[in-house]
Design a protein around this ligand. Structure first.
Ligand code: GRF
Length: 207
């Protein structure tokens, strides 16, 4: 089934924290490596460091604190409204620490990306880099995938490997994984926006 979509190149980036992946996307656009526009950055936390990065870059920001909403569904409906209002064509989760309801997923089918700090399907969930280090794997890495209802389990767009060194702590390994995240997330967004891809089962194919 062909599932690629003509996209406006308008991104909505969802964050909860420091926003280093958001910064990588901003930098890729500024340096001409990614042909896209960040239409809005949404955070569920008013104190997210990434909000300042967005403001510095002159990007529209919205804070949606879940405490103001009666249910996950009500929150997600507002999120959809904010994104649609700005004609967002692709949503990029960048450290957004909330599970998304079917209301949200169905509003943007195959149009939501996430970055995860492990080679999925290994080590889904929180602290993937720490899980990999504790497990003692020799090869770690990062994954950009399409978001589906099951956590960290959607079709894989891009992955990159990071060798684990004998002297690594989970922090040093996590730092090297983060560098790779910053490289592959803008690249994956570019692939999604360029179209011409399709899903064969859960395999993401570019031909
Ligand atoms: C990254 O490690 C990403 O893989 C994970 O959350 C972290 C976000 O970091 N999903 P940052 O806010 O982009 O710096």
């Amino acid at each position: 089934m062909l599932t690629s979509f003509p996209s406006s190149g308008r991104l909505g980036v969802l964050i909860s924290g420091r926003g280093s992946n958001l910064q990588a996307i901003i930098d890729a656009i500024t340096e001409g490596r990614l042909d896209a526009t960040i239409a809005v950055v949404v955070s569920n936390r008013a104190d997210a460091g990434g909000l300042e990065r967005a403001r510095r870059a002159g990007i529209d920001t919205v804070v949606l604190d879940q405490r103001g909403f009666g249910s996950r569904d009500a929150y997600d409906r507002t999120l959809v409204t904010e994104l649609r209002r700005r004609e967002v064509g692709l949503i990029c989760l960048a450290g957004f620490m909330r599970l998304l309801s079917s209301t949200f997923l169905e509003a943007f089918p195959d149009r939501i990306l996430n970055i995860h700090p492990s080679l999925l399907p290994s080590f889904p969930g929180l602290d993937g880099q720490e899980q990999a280090w504790r497990h003692g794997v020799k090869i770690a890495g990062a994954t950009v995938h399409i978001v589906t209802p099951e956590l960290d389990a959607g079709p894989i767009v891009l992955q990159a490997v990071v060798p684990v060194l004998e002297g690594d702590t989970s922090e040093t390994l996590g730092d090297r994984i983060l560098e790779v995240e910053h490289r592959i997330y803008p690249e994956a967004i570019g692939i999604m926006l360029s179209g011409g891809w399709r899903l064969d089962g859960r395999r993401f194919l570019r031909s």
